[in-house]
Ligand binder design. Structure first.
Ligand code: HEC
Length: 142
C-alpha cells in the first residue's frame, strides 16, 4: 500500500508546526542587551567575562544589581585581575538609562547566571542616589 503524498505532507507539516511552538519565544530584551554588550563591553571583558579584564562572579555586583548598574553608569577602578600587576579603570558606559538596564540584565544573565529585572526608571533612581551621595561627601569636605 502506498501512502498518499498528501498524507506525508500533512505529517511533515504537523511535525514542523510542533517544533515551532516548542521553540523558546524570541526574547528581544536579551537580544538588545547582547548587542549593547557586544558593542561596548566585549572588547575588555570578552564573551563571558573571561576576556583581558576578568569579571569576578564572587563579587558584590552579582548579589546586588544596583552595584552592577553603578559600575556600568559610573565606571570602576579595581585591583586588576589581568595578572599584569597594575590597576586599570573601566570608563562609564556611553549608554542612556534604558540601554544600561538592558546591558545590565544581559551581563547578569550571561556572567552572573542570574535573571533579574532592571528598568530604565530603576537605573535613573540609582544614578540619582549615587550622585546625591557623592555630593554629600563633597559637601562634608568643604
Ligand atoms: C575599557 C575596558 C572596559 C570596558 C569597555 C568595560 N569594562 Fe567593565 N571593567 C573594566 C575594568 C578595568 C574593571 C576593573 C576590574 C579590576 O581591575 O578588578 C571592570 C570591572 C567590571 C565589573 C566588576 C568586576 C568585579 O570583579 O567585581 C563588572 C561587573 C563590569 N566591569 C562589567 C562591565 C560591563 C557590563 C561593561 C559594558 C557595559 C563593561 N564592564 C565595559 C574594564 C572595562
Amino acid at each position: 500500500m502506498k501512502r498518499s503524498s498528501a498524507q506525508l505532507l500533512l505529517l511533515g507539516t504537523l511535525i514542523v508546526a510542533e517544533s515551532i511552538t516548542m521553540a523558546r519565544p524570541i526574547d528581544s530584551t536579551r537580544i538588545k542587551g547582547a548587542a549593547l554588550f557586544h558593542d561596548y563591553c566585549l572588547r575588555c571583558h570578552g564573551e563571558s567575562g573571561t576576556g583581558s579584564v576578568k569579571i569576578s562572579t564572587n563579587s558584590v555586583w552579582v548579589q546586588d544589581p544596583s552595584a552592577l548598574v553603578r559600575i556600568i553608569a559610573f565606571g570602576a577602578r579595581g585591583p586588576s585581575n589581568n595578572g599584569m600587576g597594575y590597576h586599570r579603570a573601566m570608563p562609564p558606559a556611553p549608554y542612556n538609562d534604558e540601554q544600561i538596564a538592558l546591558v545590565a540584565m544581559y551581563a547578569m544573565q550571561q556572567i552572573g547566571k542570574r535573571d533579574v529585572t532592571i528598568t530604565a526608571d530603576g537605573v535613573r533612581q540609582i544614578r540619582r542616589q549615587h550622585l546625591d551621595s557623592v555630593r554629600r561627601k563633597l559637601d562634608r569636605k568643604r
